[in-house]
Design a binder for this molecule. Structure first.
Ligand code: ADP
Ligand code: MG
Length: 324
């Protein structure tokens, strides 16, 4: 199969049909109609076999995740996804693999109204780059820099699920379907990101873990935050894991590094003025996505994590590992 046959068969017709695609796969460039009233939001992510995923992982899940991480970046700006391009480096043209990869990417693209409009295909060590493009009404993008002292700090969904799945796999165990799904097929919070336009003062998606990613908001906004560990949204499996850590069940001995620093959550972390508290509840209900208020932005720089008794949590040897 020639390179061009391969592209035509697996990538010429992936995702949504959009009227704003004047020309898609097949020419030197794609031609896209950007509305004059919109800003174009652009982001690219690369996944390398052996670094970001297991080389023998399920190709359909990999197709899903390759696009999902980009859509999560768009969500974090409040952008509506529109188009994607795919740079694919593969060691061999394995048709079963390509078919499954295209299906996984295509299904998520359809779900979010995204058209795959072009790309590049080369031979080499398995590497996947997906660039996503989204649209935001002029002036409505939510940046990292707008958090203000007094704002509430919020996160969507639950934290540490993908991290726990990865730990189990590394330990030779098999994660349950829920945890595996959270690692391999994250759901980018696109509708939430869009709904937070004009509401969130700052926003980021969680790819490196809450501590690091909230840290980026704090730095960009020149402020600090105080969060309550007991308010972190945790799934049942993560709660059980934390409960089991250590012989003593003192809260200070709990492995908070799992929800704070294990990464791959693909949830949104954002700040909102306190008066919007009610709006958030309504939003969570309407979208069917959990939104947890976990703390507050403050003037003093740095991130402080509080235990239930109000004392400050300092990472123990175990928790600290994940911050290294
Ligand atoms: P060029 O040599 O002009 O860069 P290519 O031969 O790389 O063009 O690609 C031919 C067409 O196929 C282009 O429209 C390109 O965007 C598209 N394409 C190539 N690889 C992929 C891919 N993996 N997914 C989607 N479109 C692709
Ligand atoms: Mg060309």
């Amino acid at each position: 199969m020639s390179e061009f046959d391969l592209i035509r068969k697996y990538f010429a017709d992936v995702g949504s049909k959009r009227p704003d695609v004047a020309l898609g796969v097949g020419d030197d460039c794609a031609l896209l109609q950007v509305p004059a009233s919109s800003m174009l939001a652009v982001s690219i992510d690369t996944l390398v076999a052996g670094v970001h995923f297991f080389p023998d992982c399920d190709p359909e899940g990999l197709g899903h995740k390759s696009l999902a991480v980009g859509l999560s970046d768009l969500a974090a700006m409040g952008a509506a996804p529109a188009w994607a391009t795919l740079a694919l480096t593969i060691p061999v043209a394995d048709e079963a693999w390509l078919g499954a990869f295209g299906r996984g990417l295509g299904r998520l693209a359809l779900e979010h109204g995204v058209a795959l409009v072009g790309g590049d295909t080369t031979r080499g060590p398995l590497t996947i780059s997906v660039q996503v493009q989204g649209l935001i009404p002029q002036g409505e993008a939510v940046r990292r820099s707008g958090a203000r002292p007094g704002d509430l700090v919020c996160v969507s969904g639950t934290l540490g699920d993908a991290g726990l799945a990865l730990r189990l796999i590394h330990a030779g165990a098999s994660p349950c379907a829920f945890l595996r799904g959270r690692l391999e097929r994250p759901s980018p919070r696109v509708s939430l990101g869009i709904a937070l336009r004009g509401l969130a003062t700052a926003m980021i998606d969680l790819s490196d873990g809450l501590a690091a990613d909230l840290g980026h908001i704090l730095e960009a906004s020149s402020c600090g935050a105080e969060i309550r560990l007991s308010d972190l949204p945790l799934s049942r499996p993560v709660q059980e894991r934390l409960g089991r850590v250590g012989d003593s069940h003192l809260a200070g001995d709990v492995d908070w590094g799992l929800p704070l620093a294990s990464g791959d959550d693909y949830e949104l972390c954002f700040s909102v003025p306190e008066r919007e508290c009610r709006t958030l509840d309504a939003l969570a209900l309407r979208l069917g996505i959990g939104i947890a208020v976990i703390g507050r932005i403050r003037r003093e720089p740095g991130l402080t994590c509080l235990l239930e008794d109000g004392s400050v949590w300092r990472p123990t040897a175990r928790g600290f590992d994940h911050f290294a």
